[in-house]
Design a protein around this ligand. Sequence first.
Ligand code: PLP
Length: 346
Amino acid sequence: MQYFDFRSDTTTHPTEKMRQAMASAEVGDDVYGEDPTVKALEEKAADMLGKDSGLFVTSGTMGNLVAVLAHCARGEEAIMGTQGHTFLHEAGGVSAVGGVVIHTIPNQPDGTLALTDLKNALRNPDDYHEPTSRLVIIENTQNFCGGVPISLEYTESVAAFAREHGLLLHLDGARIFNAAVALGLPASKLVAPADSITFCLSKGLCAPVGSVLCGDKDFINKARRLRKLLGGGMRQAGIIAAAGIVALDEMVDRLAEDHRRAAMLAEGLRANGKVHLTKNSPQTNMIFFQLDESVALSMAEFLEAMKQEGVLLMDSGPGEYRMVTHNDISDKAVEVSLEAFRKVLN
Ligand SMILES: Cc1ncc(COP(=O)(O)O)c(C=O)c1O
């Protein structure tokens, strides 16, 4: 059976061009700094994001972990949202591995952190009972608040706050290019206020593996050592970096297609009557929704019934579901899924 997989943009398959680039990639030992394809990817990524340097890492999780470890010493504190991926879904790595304390404050419905909450979260540097505030982490797009593109003005205001209080700013930009496309701004502009940024090649950009961490030269040198410490020094990694280059060259602008299809899906779901969109969906490539109270199916039953119709989607917390559009989701997939909703619910 053919499934249309709306669970996540992480389920994308590499394009034919990526497979060709991988097959013919020039490689070397990247731990010795000798892989030309990895170097080319790192330079291209840093260029596109307007930062000095880039570091190819295995995943968004590793990019965020290395960044936090490079910015914070053990016992220092990173302030971030309760809906932040690094807090919720990265296995507690920054605390488990780096001894970094995560201080959470609520995300506002628009994905942002309120500046007053940030201010209240600051520790007193003169009180040796308290951890030391060191870092703020924000996410763009903000996944669990609805795939929200976070504005440049807001990012600038957080960066100004961070500078004023001697903190650094890390941006988890797993889907920064979705934000850039949605806001009509170059990614380099959106991330300019941040000291460091991780973005993923493996989500909407369709590469099979990898993320890139970008920042200034000294920061990336430090991060490179930490990547090695974590076992993330890869050898002939040019094989996978080659797909990342194709991702940056060819897959960024087409994210607008995913946003268009998310809007198409949302329109169909609104018309269904048994589906209530949540989190102001869609804002980029994600749709969050709940089912009407009149629907007697449990979450597991609904997911299974949709699967029987060839449509995979995801449970996103109590009573809520998520669907994500991506390169493997065509207009036809959206139509099939809307028909499946009608069949299962009406
Ligand atoms: C916002 C955000 N940050 C980081 C990550 C982690 O990326 P990875 O799955 O490559 O570790 C994800 C993954 O979905 C994400 O959505």
